[in-house]
Design a protein around this ligand. Structure first.
Ligand SMILES: Nc1ncnc2c1ncn2[C@@H]1O[C@H](COP(=O)(O)OP(=O)(O)O)[C@@H](O)[C@H]1O
Ligand SMILES: [Mg+2]
Length: 222
């Protein structure tokens, strides 16, 4: 693999993202690059604009200024060629009420033309520990299991960039540990990761660089 962090490797390029709501400027000219095999963390207090940044980057929200490009293409979830490369797990989990765990994963894998869908679904089901509940409907899962299902949905599809908003939410200790190792393996496979997280250990394990949003940390605490 080519050297990490070089501009030539940038898979995701974010330039000058600015987002205002009414008279409040939530994001002001945010720049970042994520290369293949690299993970960038986004941290900051509640309300500092982390989710807004991710939404602007993946194109579900529109920035007032600035651009995000994935391998040179302006990011927009509505464009199939871009969606193909992009796996997103945000904090709003939505499932079909009448599809079981395995049916969800199968649908996602096949919809994205994943080769060997059945095998991948089985592997990911085992990895995330949902094999025993694979026949159950989402409404019968615990909140942590639903979070695992959302993550599994990202891992059964093709992807070059993973965008994750607080993926550690509601996971137990084993779940967070699994997630950390999984994300490190994703980097080794040459994928790029943009990770919002409140878990400093997860950020330290996974991220090569960190972008901090919101007020600068209190210098007395440094
Ligand atoms: N659609 C919206 N309309 C108005 N304000 C919004 C909207 N979305 C987010 N905000 C505001 O932007 C700020 C940042 O929100 P958010 O990006 O969710 O923060 P974080 O994810 O860092 O906790 C918050 O003050 C939030 O209320
Ligand atoms: Mg958020």
């Amino acid at each position: 693999m080519a050297g990490m962090g070089e501009m030539a490797d940038a898979l995701l390029t974010v330039r000058g993202i600015t987002r205002r709501f009414a008279d409040r400027t939530i994001l002001s000219e945010v720049d970042l690059d994520v290369g293949a095999g690299e993970a960038v963390g986004v941290v900051g207090p509640n309300g500092s604009g982390k989710s807004t940044l991710l939404r602007c980057i993946v194109g579900v929200d529109e920035a007032d200024e600035g651009t995000a490009t994935l391998v040179g293409r302006v990011l927009d979830e509505r464009v199939p060629e871009i969606r193909r490369d992009l796996a997103v797990v945000m904090d709003d989990l939505d499932f079909f009420p009448d599809l079981s765990v395995v049916e969800h994963l199968d649908l996602v894998a096949r919809a994205h033309a994943q080769p060997d869908a059945e095998e991948i679904v089985n592997t990911v089901l085992a990895e995330v520990g949902l094999m025993e509940v694979s026949g159950q409907l989402p409404s019968t899962l615990s909140s942590g299991q639903r979070r695992r299902l959302a993550l599994a949905s990202a891992f059964v599809r093709p992807r070059r960039l993973l965008v994750l908003d607080e993926p550690e939410q509601r996971l137990d200790v084993d779940g967070v540990q699994w997630l950390g190792h999984k994300l490190v393996a994703e980097k080794s496979a040459g994928r790029a990761i943009l990770l919002v997280s409140h878990d400093p250990d997860l950020v330290a394990l996974v991220c090569d660089r960190v972008v901090r949003l919101g007020p600068a940390p209190d210098p007395d605490h440094e």
